[in-house]
Design a protein around this ligand. Structure first.
Ligand code: NAG
Ligand code: NAG
Ligand code: NAG
Length: 171
């Protein structure tokens, strides 16, 4: 019986660790730089240029007043001309808090309807295959760079903390 419940806890611990690993690996980018950045007056072009988006690991967060704005994925032409019909995808969930996974290495285009695209509520997001070698080396290359080892240390720390948490939980 004891062995059985121990195994169950071990399994739970491993599942928790896998979850934590994924959370640590994926990155949420707040569009506009904060939780309410999908609004006029924010230079979203500037914001996008200062971020690095990696395929599969990066998510966008659009925070806005749901009564005024929405989020539509469009093609490049519609992005440039602020055309909100015939969009690629309606990202709008209804709560004014939308997340979108960047699952392809390409440039995504998003605009708000309601005329707000003309006021600058639009963003183009360039998604990379992987992080460029400089200034941030890809974690997979074992070149002993400081950034990738920082990531590894961080992940091991998360693991150690979880093990300690569960060990004390078992006792
Ligand atoms: C926003 O930033 C971009 C890139 O730096 C710049 O080219 C553009 O003029 C800015 N737009 C506004 C409205 O300030
Ligand atoms: C982009 O979408 C608009 C609106 O649906 C459409 O009229 C246009 O043909 C599309 N352009 C391209 C290059 O797909
Ligand atoms: C997008 O989807 C939301 C939620 O389902 C809906 O309320 C809204 O009318 C849709 N917008 C467009 C332009 O289709």
């Amino acid at each position: 019986m004891e062995v059985l419940s121990f195994n169950k806890n071990m399994l739970m611990m491993m599942m928790m660790m896998a979850m934590m690993w994924n959370i640590a690996k994926s990155e949420l980018h707040y569009v506009g730089g904060n939780k309410f950045g999908w609004i006029p007056g924010v230079n979203l072009t500037q914001w996008s240029l200062n971020e690095q988006f990696v395929v599969g690991e990066s998510w966008l967060y659009f925070g806005y007043d749901r009564h005024s704005f929405n989020v539509l994925e469009v093609n490049q032409t519609s992005y440039e001309k602020c055309i909100d019909t015939g969009f690629v995808k309606n990202v709008t969930g209804g709560a004014g808090r939308d997340v979108f996974q960047l699952s392809e290495a390409k440039t995504y285009y998003f605009i708000s309807g309601g005329g707000f695209c003309w006021q600058g509520v639009k963003v183009a997001v360039n998604v990379l295959d992987h992080l460029p070698p400089a200034p941030a080396p890809a974690p997979k290359e074992s070149d002993g760079s400081s950034i990738s080892s920082t990531f590894q240390i961080y992940h091991s720390l998360v693991g150690v903390i979880l093990v300690l948490m569960f060990t004390s939980f078992l006792m």
